[in-house]
Write a protein that binds this ligand. Structure first.
Ligand code: MAN
Ligand code: CA
Length: 306
């Protein structure tokens, strides 16, 4: 109360002073009056403070509400369903990612396996192509063999009709070729007896047809690395009775001989003749010592056709 009275009296003093001074300073009176009123009016200042305080309180309340709201929102973000959903989504994405990586690795392994398999298939293809070519060559050879055997069929069939088992029908005659390993080379006389035991005799080559037929046959057994004078086959021709006079076993004299160049030369008391596999069917005979051990060829008359 004392303050209010002091303030009120001070205010009255100031007003009276102000009114007194108005006459002395007429020029600046209104201006100074305004400044003094705004700065010193006590009722207006108090309201202003009250309003200011209320405003501050309201602002504080608003900030508090906003703060609580942010807190709630933060709680929802950090501990609420949204975070849970995001974590769950991340976990799902991680699983999907792991599955995709696993799938990629599996696909890479499969690709490597497929490439390896493709390489193997390529090698197999090359190998099979080479084998097919080889088979083609074999088929050609087999077809040629079949054609040869077919051409020999009539001869074999005829051989069965006209010759004893094991004998070959060639040039209208039955021949026996004791070429098997069970027959070792032997002297001329023993070869002849062997043929006789089989029902024949050593071969008589008294025609070009027979000479060519037998020459071709023995040439299939030619051994170029063998010893030449041991590669012959005894035939039924000898000059043992009369040197230089060659006779067949049936007693007929030789008319046309198919001697090699320089033969017969009788260089070693050579009274027996043999046929050799050479390059010329009409130059294929040699006279050799009858004690030489050679292979031989037998002949027998065919059974009559009928
Ligand atoms: C060589 C030649 C023939 C002879 C034989 C066997 O091959 O001299 O004339 O018959 O040897 O001695
Ligand atoms: Ca000779």
């Amino acid at each position: 109360m004392e303050d209010k009275e002091n303030t009120s009296s001070s205010y009255e003093k100031l007003v009276s002073q102000d009114l007194t001074a108005e006459d002395d300073l007429p020029v600046h009176r209104n201006q100074e009056h305004q400044v003094t009123m705004s700065a010193l009016r006590p009722g207006f200042t108090l309201n202003h403070y009250k309003m200011f305080t209320v405003s501050l309180a309201v602002l504080a309340l608003i900030l508090l509400v906003v703060d609580i709201g942010l807190g709630v929102y933060y709680y929802k973000l950090t501990d609420g369903d949204v975070v849970k959903d995001i974590s769950s989504e991340i976990a799902k994405l991680q699983i999907s990612y792991n599955a995709a990586v696993q799938g990629r690795d599996d696909a890479l392994k499969l690709l490597a396996t497929e490439r390896s398999q493709q390489q193997v298939t390529r090698w197999e293809h090359e190998h099979l192509t080479a084998r097919i070519k080889d088979y083609g060559n074999q088929v050609e050879r087999i077809q040629m063999d079949i054609a040869t055997l077919k051409s020999q069929l009539p001869m074999i069939r005829e051989g069965c009709r006209h010759c004893a088992p094991g004998w070959t029908f060639l040039s209208s005659t039955c021949f026996y070729f004791p070429f098997a390993s069970t027959y070792s080379r032997t002297v001329w006389q023993e070869a002849r007896q062997s043929c006789q035991r089989l029902g024949g005799d050593l071969v008589v080559l008294d025609s070009r047809d027979k000479q060519v037929a037998l020459f071709n046959f023995i040439n299939t057994f030619r051994n170029p690395s063998g010893i030449l004078h041991l590669s012959g086959f005894w035939i039924g021709l000898t000059d043992a009775e009369d040197e230089g006079v060659w006779k067949w076993l049936d007693g007929t004299k030789l008319k046309e001989g198919f001697w090699s160049i320089g033969e017969p030369n009788n260089v070693n008391n050579e009274d027996c003749a043999a046929i050799y596999p050479t390059d010329n069917p009409f130059m294929a005979w040699n006279d050799a010592p009858c004690e030489f051990r050679l292979k031989w060829i037998c002949e027998s008359a065919p059974r009559s056709i009928g």
